[in-house]
Design a protein around this ligand. Structure first.
Ligand SMILES: [Zn+2]
Ligand SMILES: [Zn+2]
Length: 454
């Protein structure tokens, strides 16, 4: 079967996360987004793990069902497609340790097929550090040794390096990372079969480095609130089971690829210094010895620069058998641009509510519904926005040094022109002018781009 999985999220026990990140809201928002399998996050946290054991029941295939799923939708009155959401036991560990005279800070994801495996992993990790301190615990445990614990606990438990390029906390990042996956995991490196590309890089960027050809590139949301679920996600066409998911990731059979952020939208795409408003391409930073021209502090070297530094190909080269990817922009951001107000504004919230209720879930809107149908039921501006996103006709302003980038779809004044007048979804509907250009055919759907999914 076809299904979508978001395999990196957090609970409300992790620092800087939403208070409503609980199993019920994860279930509700997975349905709003169109996600079939969602990570539990944070299984190392004692209280969260207790909650998982109380509220989830095994589905017999290594995934879990909520015993009492909430009858209410995520937002009052919202209509969503009926998805029988399953949970996958996941956690993220922050390893901070010294190796080769350098302090290393790596984040790794750990996956387990059952509570017993989790209990055994937790028992071993609790001897190393305090698992109750944070949903994403900080341990002085090298990534390699964490992998050893995972491997010796169960041959069905897996480790995937998280958001591998982010500067501060990752396997390959410019600060606290290594210059190769092998250097990090050494003798056990061959047990790493996948890496998470993170929001600031896409698979094409990773295809510039031949050393990464052997890894399957996966992407998840790393959501810190239920509304952020599915910002990135993995697509499968296989049995919806724990083994089905990981066999597909290992073999690339049944793994269809990922939905990706435009990498510019990630918080660490460019180099820069946030306090001084400096956002640079790698070449500009090199010209200035990677120092901020305003204050002289070292710039935070972004993902684009780091990949260029380590990679050995001038252009991306898709490895044999590697799955493709497609870009998405979160629907609230698209609606915010259309409405000319923030994602949290009432106008955007109402439009989001109505759009989801009309089309069943967010991934339907972003990827599945033909543009013509979006036009008929959602209005010409929304239809054109989605068409441009699918065709990759957007203008991203890159993020840097912890600041998210912005992906603009329309030019100044275009929204007005497009609809003849300001036609807003959910607003006072005006009859569309007869002579306005009809939405063009959705070309990307057929995957003309060489890196497209299908
Ligand atoms: Zn992380
Ligand atoms: Zn500065």
């Amino acid at each position: 079967m076809f299904f979508i999985a978001d395999l990196h999220i957090h609970s409300h026990y992790s620092r800087a996360t939403s208070k409503d990140l609980n199993l019920e809201t994860l279930y509700q928002w997975a349905r709003v987004k169109g996600i079939h399998v969602v990570g539990t996050g944070d299984f190392t946290h004692p209280q969260w793990f207790r909650e998982l054991q109380e509220k989830l029941e095994p589905d017999g295939n290594g995934l879990f069902r909520l015993k009492n799923p909430p009858a209410m939708p995520a937002l009052p009155g919202m209509k969503v497609q009926d998805i029988d959401v399953r949970f996958c036991l996941t956690s993220e560990i922050s390893s901070i340790y010294k190796y080769g005279d350098k302090v290393r800070k790596n984040h790794n994801l750990v996956y387990a097929p059952d509570f017993d495996t989790v209990a055994r992993i937790n028992a071993r990790l609790s001897q190393i550090g305090n698992l109750a301190s944070d949903g994403r615990p900080i341990l002085g445990l090298p990534s390699r040794d964490l992998l050893e614990i995972v491997l010796t606990t169960s041959d069905q438990a897996y480790l995937v390096p998280a958001h591998v390029w982010t500067p501060w906390f990752s396997t390959l990042g410019s600060r606290g990372g290594y210059d190769s996956v092998d250097e990090c995991f050494r003798d056990l490196s061959h047990h790493i079969f996948a890496i998470e590309t993170g929001l600031s890089s896409d698979p094409a960027m990773n295809w510039q480095w031949s050393a990464l050809d052997r890894f399957t590139l996966i992407s998840s949301s790393d959501a810190h609130s239920p509304q952020k679920l599915g910002r990135e996600a993995n697509l499968f066409n296989t049995e919806r089971s724990y083994e089905g998911i990981f066999n597909a990731i290992k073999t690339q059979q049944g793994f269809l690829g990922t939905y990706e952020f435009f990498p510019e939208e990630g918080k660490y795409h460019h180099d820069g210094h946030r306090k001084c408003g400096i956002s640079w391409l790698p070449e500009q930073s090199v010209q200035h010895s990677c120092l901020c021209p305003q204050c002289g502090q070292p710039l935070t070297i972004g993902v684009l620069h780091r990949i260029q530094k380590l990679s050995d190909r001038p252009m991306p080269q898709r490895p044999q058998g590697a799955a493709g990817f497609d870009y998405i922009i979160p629907l609230p951001e698209i609606l915010a641009e259309i409405k000319g107000s923030g994602t949290a504004s009432k106008a955007v919230q109402q439009a989001f509510h109505q759009t989801i209720s009309t089309f069943g879930n967010e991934f339907n809107v972003l990827k599945e519904v033909p543009v013509a149908d979006l036009g008929k039921q959602g209005g010409p501006v929304l239809a054109e926005a989605i068409r441009r996103m699918r065709a990759r006709e957007v203008k991203p302003v890159p993020g840097y040094d912890g600041l998210y980038g912005v992906v603009k779809i329309f030019e100044e004044g275009e929204i007005k022109d497009l609809s003849g007048q300001l036609y807003l979804l959910g607003g006072q509907e005006k009859p569309a002018a007869k002579n306005k250009p009809a939405a063009r055919k959705d070309k990307n759907k057929t995957g003309e781009d060489q890196f497209s999914l299908f």
